[in-house]
Ligand binder design. Sequence first.
Ligand SMILES: Cc1ncc(C[n+]2csc(CCOP(=O)(O)OP(=O)(O)O)c2C)c(N)n1
Ligand SMILES: [Mg+2]
Length: 370
Amino acid sequence: MERVEQEVTTERRTREERRAADRRTVDRREVDLGGYERDQLHDMLSAMLLSRRFEEKCAQSYQMGLIGGFCHLYIGQEAVAVGGIHALRDDDYVFTAYRDHAQAIVRGIEPRAVMAELYGRVDGCSKGAGGSMHMFGRDVNFMGGHGIVGTHLPLAAGVGYAIRYRGGDQVVLCYFGDSVVNGGPFHEAFNMVAKWNLPVINVVENNSYGMGTDIERVAAVDQLVSRACAYEGMHSERIDGQDVLAMHAAVAEAAERARGAEGRPTFIEAITYRYLGHSMSDAAHGTYRTKEEVQAERKNDPIATFSDRLMEAELLAREEYDEINQAAIDAVEDAAEFAENSPHPEPSAAYDNLYADEFRGGLDRRDAWR
Ligand SMILES: Cc1ncc(C[n+]2csc(CCOP(=O)(O)OP(=O)(O)O)c2C)c(N)n1
Ligand SMILES: [Mg+2]
């Protein structure tokens, strides 16, 4: 038998080639500024600046030892949260992973309560018991803040199911990172969302990396959005996540598609980038990515590109930008002062919310687990 020698060559593009291709192949949404009120545009800018200034303060407080545990910053990705959440109604729901401070604030949790949570204090939105990764705001339908990769997708599907079951017309916006698309919960949740036409808008924030692993090394697909083809009826779209208006338009359309009895789910891949390390304990570059790469990505800063565009269109004056930025700085300083003055929880609070009352059966809470 003739033996054919076959050389296996896996053609790998360089990161630069792939990134350039990524940006070219997004669904270009040249969103017309004319479709927006000036106030609405300023609100989006204000939310992005508040997120940015808030997280810069987090970095400072973390380095001063005021924040313990893990702390993952969102700097660079603000347009994804702001565009998406600003396209929702107040009674819609939002889920996200552990990179959650910006989403929590943009959804309406007070910066004071988010900062106090980071500081582990009683006035935190989770009473100081959750910390950085576990923001929660029931009154604004912000359903977390989830630390375990991918496990909030089935929860978001569950809320979508509850909405259908009760005959409501709200939608669920669920954010997650690129490493999620290779895990079981992603496929389980997507299958249910598509099969039952649940009003869920899933958004993968493709920042290219899961910790220090380049997505291209671990995903058996070129474009993450193509995963949606396995789920009939699911609309899918790949957009520039650094463009707040593209994000806003995509989620607004997705919400429209999802509401009502015949609603359809959507999967959005937002091409974005985080400028800092995976968490506060990681360097921004040096091991898995180069300084040049980060610098090149920073040229596409979502806040700078948006404010430049507004100024060029004479929809924002330099003084207005300064005022909005100063208001963000003031809110963040106020939040940090508030957090520092908020008390630590009593040690006994560690036993709160562990057992339902019936289960405790009258036992002292300290006896319940013995
Ligand atoms: C099930 C599970 N496995 C591993 C981890 C450890 N871990 C924390 S973050 C992370 C990478 C996640 O990357 P990605 O989903 O791309 O989100 P990003 O950090 O880029 O926002 C991993 C593997 C975890 N939290 N949960
Ligand atoms: Mg990632």
